[in-house]
Design a protein around this ligand. Structure first.
Ligand SMILES: Cc1cc2nc3c(=O)[nH]c(=O)nc-3n(C[C@H](O)[C@H](O)[C@H](O)COP(=O)(O)OP(=O)(O)OC[C@H]3O[C@@H](n4cnc5c(N)ncnc54)[C@H](O)[C@@H]3O)c2cc1C
Length: 305
């Protein structure tokens, strides 16, 4: 599985130089190397390691939002009080990636650029209006996450483009959010079905609802019909159920060893309902543990879905 050439960049410019001649970036390697070892895809001929590029590290607050360096790990996100308080659905997502070791090595940049339709952070980033900065030897451009994914494992990024950071605007006051996934075990799992809800309340009324579904279509995407069912409502159980049913109706799941399309569609309604209800609880100031998913298992077993 060995690559024919490997360099380790110490700056973005060095990384871009290597990428201009065809090298693929490698950050934590938990998708690229683990996939190659497992026979999923061979390693690229040329690799440029970016884990020593300090410009790509860290999470910083800036006027109006948060900036995640491409090398911010899932563990960094969960440890960030800003991420947990303002972007709770993202913290829910990062907190359930793989195991402790996976979260320590795996980066947000790698998660996004690997572009799996089942990856955890895509739904939250899309619902929070995240914008990716892509740099290449010939310039810089910004792409909204909602426009980034084009299919399983594919993005609009050109081969020479490096994701350097993700900027996320601070949500309005009164916003609560949640990412919940269906999983058969609590560690070392990937979403069989996932749902994100970001809900802004004004008094008792839903002013803005963003709902995205994961592992239910070739790309993670928002569901306008589900959002419409909730927007302007009083956040009642009936409105939540209508939104969840709309999300399930918009899904186009596949059947595979992990679940049939029919089962996935049925679970889409359940998971979306849980994500919305938890987002509403959080928007009202109620406490709900991060990550939400394990706590929601109680809802499965207790039937209080
Ligand atoms: C045991 C295990 C469990 C896992 N569980 C989960 C899970 O529950 N949920 C989940 O979503 N994922 C899971 N993963 C997948 C993986 O850990 C995450 O997607 C992780 O965030 C990938 O980050 P990385 O830095 O390791 O990426 P890498 O493997 O280094 O890179 C992945 C891809 O992104 C590209 N890339 C990386 N950084 C950049 C950049 N800055 N700019 C442009 N391209 C870039 C690489 O070229 C490669 O194509 C799991 C993996 C393992 C091994």
């Amino acid at each position: 599985m060995s690559a024919q050439s490997y360099t380790a960049a110490t700056s973005v410019d060095e990384a871009l130089e290597a990428m201009a001649t065809g090298a693929r970036p490698i950050a934590g390697g938990t998708d690229l190397v683990v996939g190659a070892r497992g026979g999923k895809a061979p390693l690229p001929d040329a690799l440029v390691a970016i884990h020593r590029v300090s410009e790509l590290r860290g999470i910083r607050e800036q006027e109006g939002g948060l900036v995640l360096g491409a090398l911010a790990t899932h563990a960094d996100i969960v440890a960030s009080s800003s991420a947990c308080e303002l972007f709770t659905a993202l913290a829910d997502a990062s907190a359930i990636v793989g195991s402790h070791a996976t979260r320590t090595a795996g980066t947000i940049g790698g998660n996004v650029m690997n572009a799996s339709p089942a990856m955890e952070t895509g739904g939250p980033l899309i619902c929070f209006d995240a914008v990716a900065t892509l740099r290449s030897a010939s310039g810089t451009r910004r792409v909204a996450l909602t426009d980034l994914f084009t299919g399983p494992g594919r993005t609009v990024a050109e081969p020479g483009e490096l994701l350097t950071e993700l900027a996320i605007p601070t949500p309005k006051d009164g916003t609560g959010s949640c990412y919940a996934r269906l999983e058969y075990r609590r560690q070392m799992e990937i979403a069989i079905v996932g749902a994100t809800a970001v809900v802004t309340l004004d008094g008792g009324t839903v002013r803005d609802a963003r709902i995205a579904i994961t592992a239910l279509a070739p790309t993670i995407h928002r569901v306008a019909e589900a959002e419409q069912a909730l927007n302007g409502s009083d956040a009642s159980d009936a409105a939540v159920h209508a939104a969840a049913d709309a999300a399930a109706g918009a899904s186009r799941p596949i059947s595979d060893v992990r679940g049939s399309a029919q089962y996935r569609r049925a679970m889409a309604a359940v998971l979306t309902r849980r994500a919305i209800s938890t987002a509403i609880t959080r928007a009202r100031g109620g406490r709900f543990p991060i990550p939400a998913s394990p706590a929601l298992h109680g809802a499965v077993n207790g039937g209080a879905a």
